[in-house]
Design a protein around this ligand. Structure first.
Ligand code: SF4
Length: 267
């Protein structure tokens, strides 16, 4: 891993997802093969290294936030839009935690989305927020598939354990089922949503796979190596006119309706 400590000029930035977003890191060692943040990160920085192999650490993030928050109107803050706030390096730097402490002092509502068990470290803070939602990305319940597409994230088992603990502590937990991986994560939808019911999940957000520039190259390599038979199928779904995503939507809507699961489609 190439770790570089840097200073940022701003941190609490306007966002399309919520009112604000905070990214304490540039890059993400979780190294997901479908990551949209890669494209934006490369556009905004000069990073040429392989995605997942570098992280810039904004070591002055809490100091910047402490100043910015005095001047900003109260609003909901999303952590994080271009990185995972609980990727492994957070264990050492605790930037996410320090920023949460500041947001708590000013009573800003938060939405935290992660793929890491480390989120549990800050349970004491989450419990003090008036408004706090924690989101876990779970694209599949099959850990072999998870390892291929999200190699350095927490395992499915660890995520489920973390969700149980958060729920037992009264925290609002949503699941981000996205991007759905055709013919991999949609194979056992019943089983997937049964698990959501069992975990008493508050909401499930579902998204399709959106092709950002350069992403197909990374996905194609993964498919060629691990699922060569799916390569042509994915190509059709992603590049040709077809009704795959509409049909998927119908299937998921029916299951969620039957199981009384609150759902939101992002597409
Ligand atoms: S955890 Fe999120 S930001 Fe990190 S590599 Fe995966 S998709 Fe990208």
């Amino acid at each position: 891993m190439i770790i570089k400590e840097i200073n940022c000029k701003t941190l609490l930035n306007k966002s399309k997802i919520e009112d604000y977003c905070i990214n304490c890191y540039i890059g993400c060692s979780h190294s997901c093969k479908y990551c949209y943040a890669e494209f934006i990160t490369r556009k905004m920085t000069s990073h040429k290294e392989e995605w997942g192999s570098f992280v810039d650490v904004k070591i002055n993030a809490p100091n910047i936030l402490r100043e910015e928050i005095k001047r900003k109107k109260k609003g909901k803050v999303f952590l994080s839009s271009l990185t995972d706030p609980y990727q492994p390096i957070e264990k050492k730097y605790e930037l996410t935690r320090k920023c949460l402490e500041i947001l708590l002092n000013y009573n800003f509502p938060i939405v935290v989305q992660t793929k890491s068990y480390l989120v549990l470290r800050d349970l004491d803070l989450f419990k003090k927020f008036e408004s706090c939602k924690i989101g876990f990305t779970i694209t599949t319940l099959d850990d072999d598939i998870r390892k291929i597409f999200e190699p350095n994230s927490s395992s499915v088992e660890e995520k489920i354990k973390a969700i149980e603990i958060l729920k037992n502590n009264g925290i609002f937990v949503y699941i981000f089922f996205g991007p759905v991986l055709p013919f991999l994560s949609d194979e056992n939808l019943e089983e997937y949503f049964n698990k959501m019911v069992e975990l008493n999940i508050d909401e499930v957000l579902i998204d399709k796979l959106n092709l950002k520039p350069g992403l197909w190259n990374s996905i194609r390599k993964v498919l060629e190596t691990n699922y060569p038979k799916l390569l042509e199928e994915w190509r059709k779904i992603l590049f040709l006119k077809n009704n795959y995503w509409d049909l998927l939507k119908k299937r998921i809507k029916r299951i969620c309706y039957e199981k009384k699961i609150k759902y939101i489609f992002c597409y």
